[in-house]
Ligand binder design. Structure first.
Ligand SMILES: CC(C)(COP(=O)(O)OP(=O)(O)OC[C@H]1O[C@@H](n2cnc3c(N)ncnc32)[C@H](O)[C@@H]1OP(=O)(O)O)[C@@H](O)C(=O)NCCC(=O)NCCS
Length: 185
């Protein structure tokens, strides 16, 4: 059973797993992940489903034995990199039971389909599925993606963002965002 403990407004910890204490997660992101490797960086407004595992532990496959019981000291001395470094952008949706194995960057706005096994970077606003995860499409056109990234809408105050309609196309959304800024000053 997973027990949730809400610390600060933007910090969520699964206290079943002490290793999870060492990652950072942005405001308004939430997760039901089984495991998040130390050092993982997660942006704002991310939705991370149940059963997700981020950052698989590394065993020395170039040693005679892969059992850390035989080379524990190398772990302690940092000779073996234990966990991959994973950076997840803003507004990323990660479906149920996704595994993120290797060091990689998941771009802002990306969608990772349920059950995917991610071994490479995922570009912003790409939709990836499968094992290994492959891009099936992009959510928006290249120029719209560029504009959405440039806008950094996720950095505006949450209360202001709540006044916008998120169901519209990027052009209309960016128009609203501009208007929102104008109204403020
Ligand atoms: C990734 C996802 C968003 C794609 O949705 P979509 O854009 O509507 O894609 P479609 O359903 O049109 O599927 C497109 C193709 O990808 C395949 N596909 C979709 N999701 C897949 C997945 N998770 N794994 C493998 N293949 C998948 C479909 O079978 C289809 O293949 P086809 O063209 O050969 O028929 C969705 O399928 C998904 O996995 N959502 C996650 C749900 C979840 O875990 N929710 C928990 C809450 S966090």
């Amino acid at each position: 059973m997973t027990i949730w403990k809400f610390k600060k407004k933007n910090k969520i910890q699964n206290i079943n797993n002490p290793v999870q204490l060492n990652y950072t997660i942005g405001e308004y992101s939430y997760h039901a992940a089984d495991f998040i490797a130390p050092g993982t960086i997660i942006g704002k407004y991310c939705s991370i489903g149940a059963g997700v595992k981020i950052g698989a532990d590394y065993h020395a496959i170039n040693y005679i034995s892969t059992s850390p019981k035989l080379y524990q000291e190398d772990y302690k001395n940092g000779k073996i990199i234990q966990f991959p470094h994973i950076e997840i952008g803003n507004d990323v949706w990660i479906g149920w039971n996704v595994l993120i194995l290797k060091s990689c960057k998941i771009g802002t706005g990306a969608v990772i389909g349920a059950g995917a096994v991610v071994t490479h970077d995922v570009p912003p606003y790409a939709v990836v599925v499968g094992n290994p995860a492959r891009i099936i499409r992009y959510r928006y056109s290249e120029s719209d993606i560029e504009k959405l990234l440039k806008s950094e809408w996720w950095n505006y105050p949450h209360e202001d963002l709540l006044t916008l309609d998120f169901s519209v196309e990027p052009k209309e959304f960016l128009k609203q965002l501009k208007q929102m800024q104008k109204n403020k000053f």
